[in-house]
Design a protein. Structure first.
Length: 248
């Protein structure tokens, strides 16, 4: 079996993890569940950005002089994009920042999954055994992230089946990343640090500007539901990063 076929199979498997949201699809989406998933999502996004993406981007670029300005640039870009998108909803009754963040998370998640696809494709090009290990590592990282992303989409107003479909479509960018790695391998790999830095900036912006302020809203009165899942998301992401070999 060629490295290309192996990469496609591996990325298709990783993409299928986005369907984990189906475990919630047949239960009522309550305010309590919304609070828990938003809190968990904020922790996962921040931990992924600070503990995985930024350190790896700095290592790949051999310095922080480019990485952090790129992350800041991504945050500024998404701030401006959210201002524009919020303008389209200004007349909508009950409009929440989460309605905008649901679109931002789709963009950020697409970038992240694309990077995973590039990593899988490059590892299978180097060695099939390395490709399998890399796929296993990415799988371990993806499980909590995909559940968190589904929660953000649902809390942002998407119907459960729509959220599931959109999450799956963004996950398919992993397949595109693997394919592109075989087509223009040198270009993609030479700019991998930039992709990681931009994704980190996106995750930090979404968590800091939309999710955390939402958790401080008076309607999320239960302190433990808005705090404990956040800490679990941070710790879980950190532990997985320590126990599982680097995916990039």
């Amino acid at each position: 079996m060629s490295p290309l076929v192996q990469s496609i199979i591996a990325t298709a498997f990783v993409s299928a993890l986005s369907l984990l949201g189906i475990i919630f699809i047949f239960r009522e989406w309550t305010e309590r569940l919304s609070t828990i998933t938003l809190s968990f999502a904020a922790g996962v996004l921040l931990a992924t950005a600070f503990l995985e993406l930024l350190p790896e981007a700095v290592e790949l670029s051999a310095g922080a002089n480019v990485v952090f300005p790129l992350s800041l640039g991504a945050m500024i870009g998404f701030f401006l994009l959210e201002r524009v998108m919020s303008g389209f909803h200004v007349h909508e009754e009950g409009h929440s920042p989460l309605m905008t963040s649901r679109y931002l998370i789709l963009v950020g998640d697409s970038l992240h999954n694309f990077i995973d696809g590039v990593a899988i494709g490059a590892s299978f090009l180097a060695n099939p055994a390395l490709g399998i290990v890399t796929t296993m590592a990415i799988t371990a990282h993806e499980v909590p992230k995909e559940i968190a992303d589904y929660g953000i989409l649902i809390s942002g107003g998407f119907a459960p089946r729509t959220a599931l479909l959109l999450n799956f479509l963004t996950a398919l960018t992993a397949v595109a990343g693997a394919l592109l790695c075989f087509v223009v391998k040198e270009f993609v790999q030479s700019h991998l640090a930039a992709f990681m830095a931009a994704t980190a900036g996106t995750f930090i912006y979404i968590a800091g500007s939309d999710l955390i302020p939402e958790l401080h809203h008076p309607r999320h009165r239960n302190t433990w539901m808005a705090t404990v899942p956040f800490m679990i998301g941070v710790v879980l992401t950190g532990v997985v990063g320590l126990l599982v070999p680097e995916s990039h």
